[in-house]
Design a protein around this ligand. Sequence first.
Ligand code: CA
Length: 229
Amino acid sequence: MPVQTIVVAEDDAAIRDLLTHHLEREGFAVVGVADGQTALRRARGVADLVVLDVGLPGIDGFDVARTLRRERHAVPIVMVTARADEVDRVVGFELGADDYVCKPFSPRELVARVKGILRRSGTPVARERPTLTFGRLEIDERAREARVDGNDVRLKPREFALLLELASNPGVALSRERLLQKVWGFDFNGDERTVDVHVHRLRSKIETGWKLPPLVRTVHGFGYKFQRP
Ligand code: CA
């Protein structure tokens, strides 16, 4: 069984280090993050499970969980809450958390919860994220990697997310607004030109760089669509 990666999102370094230590001792790979933005990014990418503190700087844990679920990320989430009155929201599954612990908690208890969830879910994350293949292009969601003829195209995280969103809906015209929402999220303040800039980079990295036929088509006055080669 491959090593499973746990993202520990906790801004208190002492707690983060303690959890990291206990999880690593159980054979997990741990990615520690200290703010909501980074938690969201890493949860979308490497995580087999996220341990998510509610009180995070930037985007709080509630919004991180809500955003992941809205994006249909199935990654299991264990919420860590400092206040008993938050538990209702957490376990009410409004947020789609799989379990919770209240501070103060014992690291052993948390590790037991993590293992229990992963055992029950049987690492669905790996199965639910197949690699999309379009001719010479492979889009590997697990590795967050796009490859042409087996070579990593080295996309930046947003470029990858944009490609994945487009390629997950081949032939479907997606509006700039929807792409902004799905790829940049609710907290993004930029305008729709950002999408154009990233599409341009995608095209130059994939289509121009590797001489592939046009994959991302412009839908004038609306947005973009992915075209199967
Ligand atoms: Ca905190």
